[in-house]
Design a protein around this ligand. Structure first.
Ligand SMILES: [Zn+2]
Length: 245
């Protein structure tokens, strides 16, 4: 079992050429970006090095630990502490690189390791190189969510997941109800998840509640939680009313 690969300049260029061919044929149309092999000073870029290392012997790729990847990158960038590129090249840039964890669908990869799964499809859910928050085209937004409510997953015009007798209708939901319903603040939500009481919450792109939008809702919290909040705020405002002169 290999614990690290030695790749010379020539092999790096050959693997990169393979990446170019697959990228051109299968990935470019999805907006997946191929990192440049060289920077302006003629040095290999970190992104390209990581991709090349993971693509070694494609399609017979192997699991690569972050330590191994870091060791390889240090051959070119001696001051590298921690290689983050593999994760970024995956979900964000669209290369189907499996990052370790127990809940992966296609490959079993331990936490802290990576494996390139395929060069013939982009990372699942990757859409045309831009985050969905950059558009206000309603049809495009719904399509990016597979015509489902971002919060509960109920599908448009199908029976609602929690209320099967109700037909799911998708509406433009605010991510943050305190901001206008424009680019970057729209998620599709069903008529159940997009009700008036949702003005209490701020949601992320995945339809998950991430914070309170209405501070008054703190009144509904359990006493223990309110006490914690009080302690936090007491400390922040040094026990003084922030509005007192
Ligand atoms: Zn819903």
């Amino acid at each position: 079992m290999l614990d690290s690969l030695t790749l010379n300049k020539k092999s790096i260029e050959i693997i990169y050429k393979t990446l170019c061919e697959f990228h051109e044929k299968y990935l470019i149309s999805f907006g997946v970006k191929l990192p440049k092999l060289y920077d302006s000073k003629g040095k290999f870029t970190k992104d390209a090095l990581v991709l090349v290392y993971l693509a070694y012997d494609y399609p017979n790729t192997r699991k690569v630990s972050k330590e191994e990847l870091t060791k390889f990158i240090r051959g070119y960038y001696p001051n590298t502490n921690d290689v983050q590129q593999a994760r970024h090249l995956g979900a964000q840039a669209g290369w189907w690189i499996v990052a370790g964890g127990r809940d992966n669908i296609v490959l079993k990869v331990e936490r802290g390791s990576y494996q390139l799964y395929t060069l013939e499809q982009p990372y699942p859910g990757f859409k045309n190189g831009h985050r969905i928050s950059e558009t206000d085209n309603w049809e495009e937004i719904k399509e990016a969510y597979n015509f489902r409510c971002a919060t509960c997953g109920s599908q448009e015009n199908k029976p609602h997941f929690h209320w099967p007798a109700t037909k799911t209708i998708l509406q433009k939901g605010h991510m943050n109800p305190n901001k206008p319903l424009i680019n970057g603040n729209i998620i599709p939500q069903c008529q159940k998840c997009n009700r008036a009481d949702r003005n209490r919450w701020v949601y992320d792109e995945k339809g998950r509640v991430i914070k309170l939008a209405d501070g008054n809702f703190v009144k509904n919290f359990d006493k223990e939680v309110r006490e914690v909040i009080y302690r936090v705020l007491y400390k922040e405002f040094k026990g003084k009313n922030p509005y007192a002169k």
